[in-house]
Write a protein of this length. Sequence first.
Length: 279
Amino acid sequence: MRYVSFTRPDGTNSFGRLAGDSIIDLGGDPCGPRDLRSALDRGSLGALKDGARFDSMSVQLLPVIPNPDKILCVGLNYATHVAETGREQKAHPAIFTRWADTLVGHRAPLVRPRESTRFDYEGELAIVIGRPGRRICRTNALTHVAGYSVFNDGSVRDWQRHNIQFTPGKNFPATAAFGPALVTLDEVGDLPAQRVQTRLNGNLVQDQPISDLIWDIPAIVEYCSTFTSLSAGDVIATGTPGGVGDKRVPPLYMVPGDVVEISVGSIGTLANPIVDDAS
């Protein structure tokens, strides 16, 4: 199954199931869950009744989980990216956090902040937690995963490097994207063989198989669930391959008018235009 969060034509938010070019609304029951995170938390996705049907192009898609309790991001998880940054590979994953207001959905604009011109792309596979847990062992990790999605961990590079912590450069509003859909494990197929690919204005700038992850998905879930409790709807971005714009010669940053597209195998393609901050 593929699930999305979206804004109905009347302006109210809901969630639903993709069926071809349509979205079947699953949030219409006044006694049922009002969003995808709540449905995951209740374990009720498979039992929800179909509601109205919308053309998927007639609604605004939201981040797959618009209101996650936690967004955890793994840094430096492909050897090619470690090498291009000139950093040393460590014995444990680098973990940082994002806030929910940094995320937009498929087709929504990513906003380059007025404080910087060094706005960079980072294509990634995202994990969505479906079942809560703490100290999850890697052998059971996938039983806690609801599915996967696509993530653009957009980075404001100069602010990211003001000091040794990544937080400022990763948390400007509307600088990252998440979607289009949550794809359940049974629909994904052979995940390690699939590739993370980023295109900027149609040009391929990142391309690497998921099998090249330094820390694979069970290892990431095990590690993160050791220092924090994972809840249904939590999001873990698994890291970006080499090829980021900041490390190219000359650098390649996203500018207004660009379109960035990130594809992860059978999981889908996340596309977003770039605009300047008008606030």
